[in-house]
Design a protein around this ligand. Structure first.
Ligand SMILES: *[C@@H]1O[C@H](CO)[C@@H](O)[C@H](O)[C@H]1NC(C)=O
Ligand SMILES: *[C@@H]1O[C@H](CO)[C@@H](O)[C@H](O)[C@H]1NC(C)=O
Ligand SMILES: *[C@@H]1O[C@H](CO)[C@@H](O)[C@H](O)[C@H]1NC(C)=O
Ligand SMILES: *[C@@H]1O[C@H](CO)[C@@H](O)[C@H](O)[C@H]1NC(C)=O
Ligand SMILES: *[C@@H]1O[C@H](CO)[C@@H](O)[C@H](O)[C@H]1NC(C)=O
Ligand SMILES: *[C@@H]1O[C@H](CO)[C@@H](O)[C@H](O)[C@H]1NC(C)=O
Ligand SMILES: *[C@@H]1O[C@H](CO)[C@@H](O)[C@H](O)[C@H]1NC(C)=O
Ligand SMILES: *[C@@H]1O[C@H](CO)[C@@H](O)[C@H](O)[C@H]1NC(C)=O
Ligand SMILES: *[C@@H]1O[C@H](CO)[C@@H](O)[C@H](O)[C@H]1NC(C)=O
Ligand SMILES: *[C@@H]1O[C@H](CO)[C@@H](O)[C@H](O)[C@H]1NC(C)=O
Ligand SMILES: *[C@@H]1O[C@H](CO)[C@@H](O)[C@H](O)[C@H]1NC(C)=O
Length: 850
């Protein structure tokens, strides 16, 4: 019976089993169908806080076309999703709403470079076919799920630059096939017990640069295929056992920068190309064996405690490009074999105890761009062979005991921008042919005067310089000069061969604030002027003005600047006048001839009538005190408007464009409509005043001229730092192109809402490729004042025009800057040029090309 029953039911039972089996399969099949996958992706997309514009293909109407969806790759046979690459899509979302189940066959998942937040779900462990998982450059937080250890097919795993926390799970070492493991730049990860990590035999690339603290992670030495190891920016301590690296014979890149490793340097890496061990506490000598690592290209051992000599074997490193040994305690001589490292472009031995001479063989390093031997105990003379380093950009030999004279061969350094020979015992003349420099510092040597017309106190500390340079004032008390910093700034002047050999100097002196003006006793005395000019139609006297400000009482002071103070005088008539009192400490500082030419200029300026130029009512001088009377504007300076409290709301784009426009007209008038032309010399945001309707009014003429050392083009300080044209530092020749430069700076500042310092620097260092490249990428929209919404339509065009003109104005070569007339005309045009590219995509480089 039983059998019968069994046999009777057998087919039914089998059918039932089959049914159950099919039922079980059905949902499984359904999950994996392209439609299910498409729906899962859509559900996920709907949770994105910002959906990128390039994802319209991800839509309900397109459900059946999954394999053609953007960022999706299908397996050709199964027509299922095998790869998802949403990298760099600016997606703000989480993985919490991603349903992993339909994607069990996924092999590549790339979400790098987005704004993903939240945790990495443990369900990710289901994607057992994954070979690539790149979640780098996001904001994932919380712990790395241990389920990652189930993704045993992984070859590439990156969590680079997230905000993950918790202990790094030792399950990672289950990933026997992983070649790239990148956990760097997650600064809240905690250090695991490394002994739980068995080897990851396939690992070739390991980045653990994440503020971990422990000793050297021992599992690393079992990763025999490792070529790249970055353990920088951790708190690793202790000695590195020498045998650690014996296994890592394939290592090419080692970066242990900024840890606390101690003991002797590791050295046995036959294939190494990059050795970066800076900012540790390695001690002992640099092993002679380093010369055997013949492929070394970069060595950075800076900021350690290394002693002993630089091994002469270093000369065997013919591919070495970069050698940085600064801030150690290396002593003895610089080996002449260093001259054999003919690929070197960068050599920095700063702050060691090296003595002896600078080996002439250094002249063989024909590729060298940076040579820094500062702060050692070198006592030879400067070998003339250094003049053969024709690619040299910066040469710093300061702070040694170098003696002898400066070899004239240095004039062959045609690319040199920075030359610091200060604080040595150099004597003799400074060869006048040496030029094309951005900065020279020769202070604290024993050099003799050779340069014509150099102001004598510019070379303080060089005993020989205090001669009777023609037409110059005597040196100040030598006592005063002790804390003065002497910097000579020179800039290449392309094409201008006439001035190319001119060398000029700027003294950036910290004037003590105690050098105040002489006390003026009373208003009555004040009518007793040495010199006075008043505009004809002016109805008040200087006496009245002085009375109105109560002998220049603090409470009437409305501004202070490098050159003096400004007071507001409210006259009895109700008229308000601005009085500028200049900080020319003693009358000796203003040679009579200077004053004369200044007065001539003031006479011209009192006659200037232009709606963008402030009225200069008059001027007077008395015992060296200089006073200038200007029209008073309630709203104050452009600087105040830009940086003051209410500034931003009032200064919209239209207003800013109007201000720049007005300023261009003022300067164009001075340069092209006045006879003789007037150069302002000190165009800054503080010297542009604003009327109540934000019309710009240029003010503050002649001030810079007044401080100049003589009547010609030579001067200590011209203009304000940060607005000054670079060629001024070299030639001291004031031309209208200096104003053009300053105008460019002001225009940029108005548009950027901050001083464009970085931009100016990057302009100057023409040869600095990295800066150039940075600029190439710099977007206009990111440069503009971020406190305002980006301009659109016609305003965007106007802003672009202003920016491109401003950039042309700050060109290093004065000759390539436009004239103010050109700028003013362009800005007045009724039809604005259309944008070459959508506003949001315009780069600075693009603007420079317009
Ligand atoms: C994974 O792919 C294989 C072969 O392409 C296929 O047979 C299997 O059904 C897929 N599995 C899932 C869950 O999609
Ligand atoms: C992920 O995408 C980024 C950006 O396209 C790319 O740089 C990165 O190499 C990709 N990751 C992998 C593992 O291919
Ligand atoms: C990390 O990502 C942020 C923005 O996502 C970026 O600004 C930063 O430069 C990245 N850091 C590194 C070390 O790449
Ligand atoms: C190590 O690299 C070699 C050659 O690149 C390769 O043949 C070998 O399989 C690798 N070893 C492991 C464990 O991945
Ligand atoms: C070198 O690698 C072998 C094989 O993985 C391992 O047994 C040994 O411990 C390693 N040596 C060191 C010093 O880690
Ligand atoms: C080495 O690591 C430091 C710190 O992370 C980094 O600044 C440096 O660029 C790295 N060096 C190289 C050559 O990548
Ligand atoms: C550097 O190492 C030496 C021993 O070699 C030790 O005495 C010293 O304290 C260490 N310095 C730091 C800052 O760790
Ligand atoms: C330079 O220093 C070395 C060693 O300190 C000394 O022997 C030599 O005499 C010095 N040379 C000069 C010119 O002072
Ligand atoms: C030149 O070197 C000295 C000493 O190393 C340093 O103090 C000075 O600032 C440097 N000069 C310039 C202009 O950087
Ligand atoms: C500069 O170099 C040229 C060519 O190499 C050479 O003839 C000349 O003598 C050098 N000038 C100086 C001052 O050494
Ligand atoms: C400076 O040079 C002069 C001669 O050029 C010499 O007499 C004097 O001793 C030197 N002074 C110092 C401090 O070396």
């Amino acid at each position: 019976m039983e059998g019968g029953l069994f046999s009777a039911h057998k087919p039914t039972f089998l059918l039932l089993l089959l049914h159950i089996f099919l039922l079980a399969l059905l949902p499984f099949k359904a999950i994996s169908s392209p439609k299910t996958q498409a729906e899962a992706l859509l559900t996920w997309k709907n949770t994105f806080a910002s959906a990128p514009p390039s994802l319209p293909s991800w839509s309900l109407t397109n459900l059946n076309n999954l394999c053609n969806w953007y960022a999706i790759v299908c397996d050709q046979n199964s027509e299922q999703v095998s790869q998802i690459d949403l990298s760099n899509f600016n997606i703000a979302a989480t993985l919490t709403h991603f349903n992993f189940t339909p994607f069990l066959n996924l092999t590549q998942f790339n979400l790098s470079g987005n704004y993903f937040t939240g945790h990495v779900p443990s369900a990710i462990g289901k994607l057992s076919k994954l070979t690539t998982l790149d979640l780098g450059n996001n904001f994932f937080d919380q712990e790395i799920p241990v389920e990652i250890g189930k993704l045993t097919e992984l070859k590439y795993l990156s969590f680079f630059n997230n905000t993950l926390t918790g202990v790094i799970p030792s399950e990672l070492s289950n990933l026997q096939k992983v070649q790239f493991l990148i956990l760097g730049a997650n600064y809240n990860l905690q250090t695991p017990d490394w002994s739980k990590f068995s080897g990851m035999p396939s690992l070739t690339y390991l980045d653990l640069s994440s503020r971990l603290d422990s000793e050297f992670p021992e599992f690393v030495s079992k990763c025999l295929n490792l070529t790249f190891l970055d353990l920088s920016e951790n708190f690793f301590t202790g000695q590195i056992p020498q045998q650690v690296f014996t296994n890592l014979s394939k290592l090419e890149y080692l970066n242990l920068t900024n840890n606390q490793f101690q003991g002797p340097l590791p050295s046995n890496f036959p294939k190494l190309k990059h050795l970066h061990l800076a900012q540790n506490n390695f001690s002992g000598a640099i092993p002679e064996a380093i010369g055997l690592i013949s492929g070394l290209q970069r060595i950075d051992l800076a900021w350690n405690s290394l002693e002993g000599p630089i091994p002469s074997s270093i000369g065997q490193l013919r591919e070495l490009k970069y050698l940085d040994l600064r801030e150690n305690s290396l002593n003895s001589l610089i080996p002449s074999e260093l001259g054999l490292c003919t690929s070197l472009t960068y050599l920095d031995l700063t702050s060691n105890h090296l003595e002896g001479k600078i080996p002439p063989s250094i002249g063989q390093l024909r590729e060298l761009q940076h040579l820094d031997l500062r702060e050692n105990s070198l006592n030879s003379s400067i070998p003339s062979d250094i003049g053969r380093l024709s690619h040299l950009i910066s040469l710093d030999l300061s702070g040694n005991h170098l003696s002898g004279s400066i070899p004239p061969t240095l004039s062959n350094l045609s690319n040199i921008q920075i030359l610091n020979l200060s604080n040595n015992n150099l004597n003799g003349p400074f060869p006048p042919e040496i030029c094309a420099l951005y900065m020279i510092d020769l202070s604290n040597n024993n050099l003799t005067q050779e340069i014509q017309k150099a102001p004598d106190d510019t070379f303080v500390g060089n005993s020989g310089w205090c001669g009777d340079a023609r037409g110059l004032t005597r040196a100040r008390n030598s006592k005063k000069n002790n804390n003065e910093v002497i910097i000579v700034v020179l800039v290449p002047v392309w094409g201008l061969s006439v001035v190319a050999t001119t060398i000029a100097l700027i003294l950036m002196f910290h004037k003590k604030t105690k050098r105040v003006l002489k006390k003026i006793n009373s208003a009555q005395n004040f009518e007793n002027f040495e010199s006075m000019i008043l505009q004809e139609e002016v109805k008040f006297t200087f006496g009245e003005v002085v009375k109105a400000v109560d002998d220049f009482h603090e409470k009437y002071c409305i501004g202070k600047g490098g050159f003096g103070r400004v007071y507001k005088a409210e006259l009895l008539s109700g008229q308000a006048v601005a009085v500028k009192r200049l900080n020319t400490s003693d009358s000796n500082d203003i040679p009579a001839i200077n004053l004369q030419s200044f007065e001539n200029e003031i006479r011209t300026l009192t006659n200037v009538r232009h709606r963008n130029i402030i009225r200069l009512y008059g001027f007077c001088s008395r015992r060296g005190c200089i006073f200038l009377l200007y029209e008073y504007l309630e709203r104050g300076s452009l600087g105040k408007a830009l940086y003051g409290v209410e500034g931003v709301t009032q200064l919209g784009w239209a207003t800013r464009v109007k201000i720049v426009h007005g300023l261009s007209h003022a300067l164009s008038y001075l340069h092209h409509d006045c006879s003789p032309p007037i150069v302002h010399r000190d165009v800054t945001v503080n010297n542009v005043l604003l009327e109540s309707d934000f019309e710009a009014r240029l003010s503050d003429f002649g001030t810079a001229r007044l401080i100049s050392a003589n009547s010609s083009n030579w001067t200590h300080i011209v203009g304000s730092f940060g607005y000054m044209a670079p060629e001024l530092a070299l030639t001291m020749r004031i031309t209208d192109k200096c104003d053009v430069y300053s105008f460019g700076v002001v225009a940029l500042e108005v548009m950027m809402g901050r001083h464009p310092g970085d931009l100016l620097e990057s302009q100057l260092s023409e040869s600095s490729q990295s800066m150039k490249e940075d600029n190439a990428k710099l977007l206009l929209k990111d440069l503009l004042d971020q406190r305002l919404e980006a301009p659109s339509n016609e305003l965007a065009k106007a802003v672009v025009l202003v920016m491109s003109l401003a950039l042309a104005c700050i060109r290093t070569r004065p000759g390539s800057r436009p004239t103010m007339l050109f700028v003013a005309q362009k800005l007045s045009a009724h039809i604005l040029p259309s944008l070459p590219e959508p506003f949001g995509m315009l780069t600075i480089n693009k603007l420079m090309g317009i």
